[in-house]
Design a protein around this ligand. Sequence first.
Ligand SMILES: Cc1ncc(COP(=O)(O)O)c(C=O)c1O
Length: 403
Amino acid sequence: MSRPSGTLLEAIAATAGTPTYVYSAESLETATRRWVAAAGDPGRIYFAAKANTNLAVLDRLRGTGIGIEVATAGERARAERAGFPRTRILLGGVPKSADVVAEGIGSGLALVVLQADHEVDAAVAAADPALPTRVGLRVRPGIRAGAHPSLETGRADAKFGYAPEEVVDAWSRLAATPGLDPDVLAVHLGSGIGSLEPWDRALDVLLDLAERLAAHGTPVREFDLGGGLGVDYESDDDPDPSALIQRVDRRLEGTGLSSRFEPGRSVVARAGFLVTRVLYRREHGGKPALVCDAGFTDFARFALYGAQHRIEALDGATSGPATVDVLGPTCESGDVIGTDRSLHEVRPGDLLVVRDVGAYGFVMASNYNSRPRPAEVMLENGRFRVVRRRESLEDLWRGEPAP
Ligand SMILES: Cc1ncc(COP(=O)(O)O)c(C=O)c1O
């Protein structure tokens, strides 16, 4: 996805202010359609809402026919508000309260993935034979994969899912409950995964479990292989879901098992651009730095994971060997957007664009320092519209009684 022109981004900043997230509708559709084409059926793809829950973004994705994976009551409410029918909503295998599980059972969702005993208890208690619900179990296969330790979710010591040796017991409880139809095993190995090999190892674990469960009389019919496909934040190379899907399909050929995927980052990352204005230059640790109006409250990925995104001046005229760090304005030394970026000629008042921020960008913004969260803008055919207004100061104390 090429970057929107400097003129367009200037116009957006003039209208919406800074910092502002800008999403390209074209890029959203291209990435989604790439997944759909690779899968051959939109029904195999469930966008992981946690990556980006803006309603206009969700609306775009819904239009391509795919489903959506939600992890909380809030994500489910957003998915429904964006028009996803319940039959295309999957309640995912992340830690959920008993209430969220109970609300998912018998409510017409495509699938409810359970990942701990208290969730199985809640599902069993809520089961209604008149409203049968398809359920699955998330397995923790004991595999290290992910761009950062915090993003590795399939490790043996991760807090998610059942260890392989625990699956049969939990599965048997589900199978014995009228109104629950267990037939899916799920994994989510991590996020930002750069090689396909971890999925091979996950399939070894899942196929072995499927064999064991078949012997118990309630067979597995489908594997949910989660999300995780990485994005190269230093280049324009697009993630290639077809290599992953072909590999999985080859492996499952002749087994009678189908598969589905829950991509987040690889669908929306490239579509997002964060526009921020440089406030001033200063020295920092003996290096030149630009302090800009976007902080880690607006974009947390460097602070959380050390993630380096391309940061560019709008005119692109700052390449060269000298580099600067890009810092946010809040009162933390960890408030960093990126380091060692080639932006040495940038001046106070200039605009910068942080690239590939459509995933885990705005959704992780906070109001720390009582900073209103940024605006979000959708760009389509060279025109833009605000799809979430910048928060106002009044928004900051909404819900608090006046003293
Ligand atoms: C259960 C589950 N599915 C899918 C995803 C999406 O992962 P990604 O954005 O790396 O594709 C996540 C992200 O953490 C997840 O927890």
